[in-house]
Every structure is written in structure tokens, then in C-alpha cells.
Write a protein that binds this ligand. Structure first.
Ligand code: SF4
Length: 258
């Protein structure tokens, strides 16, 4: 074998790094586009706007709409994307999938929602299920997730006449490939309390949106994950307050979606 032949044999074809970057960029662009499309029209008041103590965040979301773009790390985007895939898959027979619901309180204060799964049980009652993707299944369902399924239960009972006996939060751990369903028994008292809280918050948020005056900030654990923190500070967050960023042990923070 000549020297030229040997050299030719030893030379490995070079990978064009720009191709790798180009394809990766296309993938992430498609993921972001898909997530944004799934966000849909967020102009009205949604159940998910009312599940936190802080209404100011929901106000900024409607006025500025930065929640998707605020997720900048690839893992966070991946969790959102997988969560979207999970939502698209119906549980099947006996369950209504992605059921749109709404309630209108006096004074045309409307709250909308979309129930992931509404499943009939053998005793004729129903269970409301919301699916959540996460990177770590909590030891108990997060407070705002429980609130979300209770608000759905309240609307389904009050407006649509369903007998909702329980609500469930279904976690899919995409890091450890595990699932967990937490079930919360639903009582008439819980339905009444959920309706009152939903109405109170919806009125406050609507008033803020109508007047353009942000709701009072509610400093807490959520601030650590809030994409509007800077804006909130500029709008007076912390004035006259001693903001305490509480721990997020039972809240989940940024590592979840759904
Ligand atoms: S920074 Fe905190 S108080 Fe301000 S909008 Fe966000 S969560 Fe609410």
C-alpha cells in the first residue's frame, strides 16, 4: 500500500458541526412553535389564572404574555412539550377528553377551563383528572394543582349538573419514567368554597384588566419562578412590605407543566 493510500485510509470524514447545530435549532424552533400554539387564546380569564394566591402574575400574563418565552432551558421546554403530548392522548372509553367548560358569575365575569379527562365511575359519579408532567413526583399533590381540579369540579357541578365525587392529579415523571395519581374526595362544602374563591379572584382579576391597574402583589414562593419579577418590582413589589420568599417544598416551582 502506498503512503498516499495509507493516509487516505486513516482520514475519517469530518462531521460538519454547523449541520448538527442547524438541525438542533430546527427541532427546538418546532418545539417552541408547538408549545405556543397549544397555549391558545389566553385573553379571557381561565381557571389556571386563579389557582395561585398571586393574581398579579396572571394579569401580566394577559397583558405581556411571556410565560412560554420565559422557559429558556432545554429541559424545561422538553417537559412542556412532553406534557403537551400527554394531554393530547385521551384516556379512552368512559372518559371525556379535553372538555371545555365555563362559568359566568353575575356581572358577566366569565371563567373558562378545559378538563383533561372527566371519567365516569362504576357508581355513576365522575372523577375530574388533570395531567401534569414533572421531573420529580411530589409526596403530595401541589396546592395549586388541587385547587385547579376543585375549581373544575365546582364548574362541572354548578353549571353542567355532573355529580363529581372525586378529583385527581395525575403526575407523569419524565425523568424517572413513573406515574402517580393522587385522588381528592370532593364534598359539597368543598364545591361551595371553590365557587366562592373562584368568583372572588375572577372579579379582582377582571377589575384589574379593565382598569389596567395590576392586582396587589402577593410575595411568596411563586416569585422565585415568576417571569415578571422585574416588572413586578418596577410596579411596586416590595414597597412597604418585607418580602419573604418562602420555601417551595409543596409547590413544585418550575419543574412541572400541564
Ligand atoms: S413577582 Fe411575585 S408578587 Fe410579583 S407577579 Fe410574580 S409572583 Fe406575583
Amino acid at each position: 500500500m502506498s503512503k498516499a493510500d495509507k493516509t487516505q485510509k486513516m482520514e475519517k470524514p469530518q462531521v460538519d458541526k454547523s449541520v448538527e447545530t442547524d438541525i438542533a435549532n430546527r427541532f427546538w424552533k418546532a418545539v417552541i412553535k408547538r408549545i405556543e400554539e397549544d397555549s391558545g387564546d389566553r385573553s379571557g380569564i381561565h381557571v389556571t389564572d386563579l389557582v395561585y394566591d398571586c393574581l398579579r402574575r396572571a394579569y401580566y400574563d394577559k397583558k405581556l404574555g411571556e410565560l412560554v418565552s420565559a422557559v429558556s432551558d432545554s429541559e424545561g421546554l422538553m417537559v412542556l412539550w412532553i406534557g403537551q403530548m400527554l394531554h393530547e392522548m385521551p384516556f379512552g372509553e368512559g372518559c371525556e377528553h379535553e372538555k371545555p367548560i365555563e362559568i359566568t358569575f353575575e356581572g358577566s365575569v366569565k371563567v373558562e377551563g378545559r378538563v383533561d379527562e372527566l371519567c365516569q365511575l362504576s357508581n355513576g359519579s365522575h372523577i375530574v383528572i388533570d395531567k401534569k408532567t414533572t421531573r420529580n413526583i411530589p409526596n403530595a399533590p401541589y396546592d395549586h394543582h388541587v385547587k385547579q381540579v376543585l375549581f373544575y369540579s365546582a364548574i362541572l357541578t354548578k353549571v353542567y349538573g355532573y355529580k363529581v365525587s372525586s378529583a385527581g392529579v395525575f403526575y407523569l415523571d419524565v425523568a424517572n419514567l413513573k406515574t402517580k395519581l393522587y385522588i381528592i374526595p370532593v364534598t359539597p362544602l368543598m364545591i361551595e368554597a371553590a365557587l366562592k374563591e373562584m368568583e372572588r379572584k375572577a372579579r379582582l382579576l377582571k377589575q384589574a384588566l379593565d382598569t389596567g391597574i395590576p392586582p396587589t402583589p402577593e410575595p411568596g414562593w411563586l416569585c422565585s419562578y415568576c417571569p415578571y419579577f422585574k416588572k413586578c418590582v418596577m410596579d411596586g413589589w416590595g414597597q412597604g412590605l418585607a418580602p419573604i420568599i418562602k420555601g417551595s417544598e409543596n409547590q413544585g416551582g418550575g419543574g412541572e407543566s400541564g
